[in-house]
Design a protein around this ligand. Structure first.
Ligand code: SAM
Length: 466
């Protein structure tokens, strides 16, 4: 085999949907190769620092996996969104479980021999709880505005499109027709693309800084009501959104149209603190979370899979053994799905959240519903609750996991029971390693699938203080 090619059998799937195999000690990630499949691949890129390379199938060897299915989405492979659509659903669940087990095993291996973290290699991980819906489950669509060059295919001029960046590029792939978002979201996004095109609205071009519309965020609630956020680079651009806003306001499902001013170049769409201007309707959408009606805008974090999030919150409250008299802390609470599930079971909850809008939304709903929740608008890494004797602490940080001070804050609370909810198996495993070294033992781990078709997996881990 010459140096630009390799013959690989994949044994797992990475989060980007590439099959992973090892040849002569080097790890290969091959696009469109499923676990169990073999191929001769060409190499596209090799890491200068590690024994890892990425490639594409040149020629398949042997039979396709019995779990290979035809992806439903026409943009599969180009949009970079649901990269596991070519794997059947039971195999997706098994592969997500393996992803968590692999992360735990790697953390156990990296820990000093005989240390408390070595237990991570032997965790009894439950099967992944399947999502009730495999399609149309996402309550939020995020779209990049761009132009598609129709001239090449005989069209007159470039057409306004809404879509996603192609992986590792700034080429916008149209994603209208996406089957993963709730149908009303696709309908509103299609309506918006038509209106923006008809109004001659220019998509923003990151390279030059020219143009108006950067992103469109479409959020739907449990009743099918929709809030649309249009992201522009500067305050003076807001007025130019008028034709789009008035067209959107005519759609029967649209309740709110907001403009967001975001000049950042770090890929964030609706960063905390971005200026928001209401163009039409209410400034918030009422969403049902843990049985309560919460008012949310564009930027607050909400789990995208409503039904499955509710199942997960109920499991957290059960593992927490929450009942009247339980003192609980919910760190990284967002708008409070977990805090409200704990409070609903009778616990007294301190909820800690950095995003001001999310903290205010939780404080408002707690007051209105008479829930025993004290909301702290604060950094969970820095906040200390002196004299607080928590029976249970729940921690649900962003994917990057806990910093050292975040781990310290959790350990300082010293609860009998600690629940860690995470969407990042690798950072979860590293944090569990530190928490085990800090005196905790894992007794249950329960993964949930909140995003079918993707490599994402959410894991609830229950730990007990030794
Ligand atoms: C994965 S979300 C979880 C939210 C919530 N538990 C839920 O299920 O909806 C993480 C949350 O942590 C918040 N966050 C991020 N950094 C934080 C920090 N340093 N302190 C407190 N909250 C933070 C984010 O704003 C977000 O709401």
């Amino acid at each position: 085999m010459d140096s630009g090619k390799v013959e690989v059998t994949a044994f797992s799937l990475d989060p980007q949907g590439a099959g992973v195999g090892v040849v002569d000690g080097r790890e290969y990630h091959i696009a469109d190769l499923l676990p169990g499949e073999r191929a001769v691949a060409t190499l596209d890129h090799q890491s200068p620092h590690r024994a890892v390379a990425w490639g594409s199938v040149l020629r398949r060897v042997g039979l396709p996996s019995p779990h290979r299915v035809t992806p439903s989405c026409p943009a599969f492979g180009r949009c970079g969104g649901c990269t596991w659509q070519h794997l059947d659903y039971p195999a997706q669940l098994d592969t997500k479980r393996l992803r968590v087990l692999d992360a735990f095993a790697a953390a156990a291996q990296a820990a000093p021999a005989g240390s408390a973290a070595a237990q991570l290699a032997n965790i009894d991980l439950a099967p992944v709880v399947p999502s009730p819906r495999r399609w149309g489950y996402r309550n939020k669509g995020k779209y990049v505005a761009g132009l598609r060059d129709t001239a090449k295919s005989g069209g007159a001029s470039p057409r306004f499109v809404l879509g996603a960046y192609q992986p590792r590029s700034h080429v916008v792939v149209e994603t209208l027709g996406c089957q993963v978002v709730e149908p009303v979201i696709d309908e509103v996004a299609t309506w918006a693309a038509g209106a923006a095109g008809a109004a001659g609205l220019a998509p923003y071009v990151e390279r030059t800084g020219a143009g108006l519309l950067r992103y469109l965020v479409v959020r739907a609630n449990h009743d099918g009501d929709v809030l649309v956020g249009a992201v522009v680079p500067a305050r003076q651009d807001v007025a130019k959104l008028e034709p789009l806003a008035s067209a959107l306001a005519r759609h029967p499902a649209v309740r709110s149209v907001l403009a967001l001013v975001n000049a950042r170049r770090d890929g964030s769409i609706a960063p905390a603190g971005a200026q928001v201007v209401t163009l039409s309707g209410d400034d918030k959408l009422v969403e049902r979370v843990a049985g309560q009606e919460v008012r949310v805008g564009v930027g607050e974090f909400l789990q995208v899979n409503r039904e499955q999030a509710e199942a997960m919150y109920a499991a957290v409250a059960e593992l927490a053994a929450a009942r009247p008299g339980t003192r609980a802390v919910d760190l990284y609470s967002g708008v409070g799905g977990i805090a409200m599930a704990l409070a609903g079971a009778g616990a007294q909850v301190d909820a800690v959240e950095l995003n001001g809008e999310a903290a205010a939304a939780l404080a408002e709903v707690s007051r209105a519903a008479g829930l025993p929740i004290t909301v702290h608008h604060a950094d969970a890494q820095e906040l200390r609750l002196p004299g607080h004797h928590a029976d249970v602490v729940v921690v649900n940080p962003p994917r990057r996991g806990l910093s050292r001070s975040g781990q310290r804050a959790v350990l300082d609370l010293a609860p009998r029971r600690l629940l860690y909810v995470s969407c990042g198996p690798e950072t979860l495993a590293q944090d569990l390693s530190a928490l085990c070294q800090g005196g905790y033992r894992v007794d249950r781990a329960l993964p949930f699938d909140l995003m079918p078709g993707t490599g994402q997996v959410e894991t609830v881990v229950s730990l007990e203080r030794q």
